[in-house]
Design a protein around this ligand. Structure first.
Ligand code: 3PG
Length: 364
């Protein structure tokens, strides 16, 4: 996989930089969690520092357009970011380049999610080089991630390299002492991780809806707790009675719903965490947004933060939880910008965005 260090001469090169700026935004229009923005800075600094002309492309789900967020980007990136509302504006901007720019929400274009070649051609117009630094979107076969790489010489940014190296370090570490903690909702994206890693780790600790689904299949009465209707199909092929697969033994229940892990489970999980040498964590243990149900997630987060293991965490809710509990990012060896992309990578799936950069060829 070629990286930006392989670009022969960056001076005056016109670069299309795919970044992930899919960030939470408050009702008042304030960026709530700038982590993903800040993680773009190293690559941006390198490209700009070497004299490249950079136009960024990104999507956002919280609001339809980046228009009102542009002034805030400056705070986190230290550059004035110019705003390009539509695709046709790019070519002339590159001719009269005036500093880094961001094209508006790329998913406003029909061709993006269809990985449309014609759209990719329009997007490529005027650029010399494509750089993908958006690890978080590499599980999507979209035009600004995949089709574009057939039109421009393509390179990975520093963030993609770092994400892959950090995950590989954890996945390839010896099984003894390795644990994986999986919680939260969207069990369909998390069960494949359990299936892929259960025989490569000492323990998989579960919480949230993922644990609810397993408990349901074990025959436990789940009351009104959130469970997936198709939990049986989801869990097919996984031995839910495998002693490596830990599920909560007691709970915090409100309104007949399981909303957090209980004290006994917490003790047991914290003990497993304290003895681990590699920890991978994605997904909260309960409804941590409500202080009455935050204890499980907070104590597990603190136990991980205080352990001497090699620690990787990721996922939007996990990052929000860590910042809510005021745990310093430096307590973890690596915090992934990926949500779905992190889970797909851990599940052993081939990510289209990495495939397009030649990662799997080079990794063989
Ligand atoms: C994410 O939020 O994980 C990435 O930005 C990808 O977004 P998506 O799930 O909407 O494709």
């Amino acid at each position: 996989m070629k990286t930006i260090l392989d670009v022969a001469n960056l001076k005056d090169k016109k670069i299309l930089l795919r970044v992930d700026l899919d960030i939470p935004v408050s009702d008042e229009g304030q960026i709530e969690e700038p982590f993903r923005i800040k993680r773009q800075k190293e690559t941006l600094d390198y490209l700009i520092g070497h004299g490249a002309k950079v136009v960024m492309a990104a999507h956002i789900s919280a609001v339809p357009s980046f228009a009102n967020l542009i002034p805030q980007l400056h705070t986190f990136l230290d550059y004035e970011i110019n705003f390009l509302k539509t695709l046709p504006e790019i070519s002339s901007y590159l001719e009269h380049y005036a500093g880094p720019a961001l094209l508006d929400n790329i998913r406003q274009n029909d061709g993006e999610e269809k990985n449309d070649k014609e759209f990719a051609k329009q997007l490529a117009q005027g650029f010399d080089v494509y750089v993908n630094n958006a690890f978080a979107v590499c599980h999507r076969n979209h035009a600004s991630v995949s089709a574009i790489t057939e039109l421009l010489s393509s390179y990975a940014g520093f963030l993609i390299e770092e994400e892959i190296a950090s995950f590989k370090k954890a996945i390839d570490a010896p099984m003894a002492g390795k644990i994986v903690i999986i919680g939260g909702a969207k069990a369909e994206t998390k069960v494949p991780v359990i299936k892929n890693l259960i025989n490569r780790a000492d323990f998989i600790l579960t919480g949230g809806v993922v644990a609810n689904d397993i408990l349901k299949e074990k025959g436990q009465d789940m009351g009104s707790s959130v469970v997936d209707e198709n939990s049986k199909e989801l869990l097919a092929g996984l031995d839910i009675n495998d002693p490596k697969l830990l599920v909560p033994e007691d709970f915090v229940v409100f309104d007949n719903k399981i909303l957090d892990i209980g004290e006994k489970t917490l003790q047991k999980y914290a003990d497993v965490v304290s003895r681990a040498s590699v920890i991978i964590w994605n997904g909260p243990m309960g409804l941590f947004e409500n202080p009455s149900f935050a204890m499980g997630t907070q104590k597990i987060a603190e136990a991980i933060a205080n352990s001497n293991a090699y620690k990787i965490i990721g996922g939007g809710d996990t990052i929000s939880a860590v910042s809510k509990f005021k745990i310093q990012n430096s307590k973890f060896n690596f915090i992934s910008t990926g949500g779905g992309a992190m889970l797909a990578f851990l599940a052993g799936q081939r990510l289209p965005g990495l495939e397009a950069l030649g990662y799997y060829k080079s990794a063989q």
